[in-house]
Design a protein around this ligand. Sequence first.
Ligand SMILES: [Fe+2]
Ligand SMILES: [Fe+2]
Length: 332
Amino acid sequence: MYAQVIDSGGKQPKRPDDLSAEEKAFMQRIDANEKIEPKDWMPEGYRRTLIRQIGQHAHSEVVGQLPEGNWITRAPTLERKAILLAKVQDEAGHGLYLYCAAETLGVSRDDLIQRLLAGDMKYSSIFNYPTLNWADIGAVGWLVDGAAIMNQVALQRTSYGPYSRAMVRICKEESFHQRQGYDIMMKMAQGTPEQKAMAQDALNRFWYPSLMMFGPPDSDSVHTAQSMAWKIKINTNDELRQRFVDQTVPQAEYLGLTIPDDNLRWNDERGEYDFTQPDWEEFWQVINGYGPCNRERMDARIKAWDDGAWFREALAEHGKKRAQRQAKAVNA
Ligand SMILES: [Fe+2]
Ligand SMILES: [Fe+2]
């Protein structure tokens, strides 16, 4: 998902007999669906895994603005421009809630950003694909935000209080994002043959990268068991991917568009669709920095950080002066 490959430290959860008294009490709270709050005791692995997961989620929201921001100046109408602008601003807000949630775990936002810029933290692979035309903005809203919701709705029940509360706010906005994307697709699918062809082409290019958003297959996800035991992760990657396919296929049919998968078939026995897995080789290439836009995205983030240096310095100076003035006022 927005945090696709998260190292939880251990491969398997500890056996009950191997837990310390503190760990046992902690797991009892998790099992009773109690929320864990910042000042509560938590295992170091839980804290570390959450920092990585929430941090990567925050980075994804922020980097996710880039492919869509690219089209704000070229939106076809004033109304579409205003809607896209609002959507991209929402994503900045999501990034900020999430950096704040991560900070409650004792890491600073600057530190998280430095780790991203140094290549030590990642963001979702999906944002390394280019948005070539306006139909892509529709496909991103429909499929990428659609996939994001699939994961984030479940994460509202995650065990860490600040993360779960951030998800509640974010989900309200994500459903608007998905609808605006679907609305663009609908307009284009019902438009001229050229517009319909553009919508189909966007679906062709974004389908498999969207399936990759849920992360590698469960058989290759060595950290899932621990994260699920901690309720940091609620569903497995394959469960969410299946749910996304089952939800999206009828939506594509309604648009009169074809999912680019010859093996896509309703399986009556299982009560869900059979579908072709994405190219996992490509997924690892993109995760490891060799996708079509990795360089461009990181360059944009590094430039934004460098361009903001004067502002951060000015803010820090202003803060210092204000503190001095207040100290003087108290002493006077
Ligand atoms: Fe978002
Ligand atoms: Fe979104």
